[in-house]
Ligand binder design. Structure first.
Ligand SMILES: [Zn+2]
Ligand SMILES: [Zn+2]
Length: 259
């Protein structure tokens, strides 16, 4: 069976506070370069018949409007931190038009947080206009959304397990500071890998730029992009110049297409 051709769109490439950060006058937050404007991290994955989003950030509504996403089949979640789940309520718009619940794919950890933080959506007596959600529980085993087979890659965000996802030749990892050797094997053979890189300085729960470059090198992929960046990373253009030829900082609106 051949893997469907995919279109990947970076909906956001910023860390939890976004770039610019509220109240900040640094050179990155005030940069006129569009590539220095980063919504919270998320990607859109589309085949001819299936559209899914990885995470619903606090910017989800605007990200869907900006990318013109009129139809969404599913949300696949990496982990329950607020910058990855906060926008979930806004799937209501898709419920209205499709008359179907939104399919959400979560591991047990994320399911627990979603049931707690969006408690009203799971209440016995629901008031009108609530988001309709259908929970699909996933583990580290491969699963399928529509016609898109997906392999989870378990990475660590300090002590929290986070799911990365491999979609054929493309692997998306966010919010990691550690990837086990066995999990690296699942990524190997990807043509494009996305890794989180928060900033140049070391951080307790995110890869630094230096660490992300080293892992991308070790994985021996032809192209690497970095995401989940803070304003402390520096300006897009300046940082890109310092990277190996096959590695770049991702930017909001970047589209990758299967040949
Ligand atoms: Zn700033
Ligand atoms: Zn995050």
């Amino acid at each position: 069976m051949s893997y469907p051709d995919l279109k990947i769109t970076f909906l956001g490439t910023g860390t939890s506070s976004g770039v610019p950060m509220i109240g900040c006058d640094c050179e990155v937050c005030t940069s006129p370069d569009k590539k220095d404007k980063r919504l919270r991290s998320s990607i859109l994955v589309q085949s001819k018949t299936t559209t899914l989003v990885v995470d619903t950030t606090p910017d989800f509504r605007y990200q869907m409007l900006r990318a013109g996403v009129k139809h969404l089949d599913a949300v696949v979640f990496t982990h329950p931190h607020k910058d990855h789940i906060a926008g979930l309520d806004d799937v209501r718009a898709y419920n209205f038009f499709s008359h179907k619940p939104m399919q959400i794919f979560v591991n047990a950890l994320t399911e627990e947080a979603i049931r707690r933080e969006f408690m009203y959506a799971f209440a016995e007596n629901k008031y009108p206009g609530l988001p309709k959600l259908n929970i699909n529980t996933i583990t580290s085993e491969p699963f399928v959304v529509g016609d898109i087979p997906i392999t989870p890659v378990v990475v660590y965000h300090l002590k929290m397990p986070v799911l990365g996802f491999r979609f054929g030749k493309f692997t998306y990892i966010t919010d990691a500071n550690f990837i086990d050797e066995n999990e690296k094997e699942k990524i190997k053979g990807s043509e494009v890998v996305v890794l989180n890189a928060l900033r140049k300085e070391k951080h307790v729960s995110h890869f630094s730029l230096h660490e992300a470059v080293a892992i991308a090198g070790e994985l021996n992929v032809s192209t690497a992009y970095f995401t989940h960046m803070s304003h402390q990373m520096g300006k897009h253009e300046d940082v890109n110049k310092t990277l190996p030829a096959n590695m770049q900082l991702a930017w909001d609106g970047l589209v990758l297409l299967d040949k």
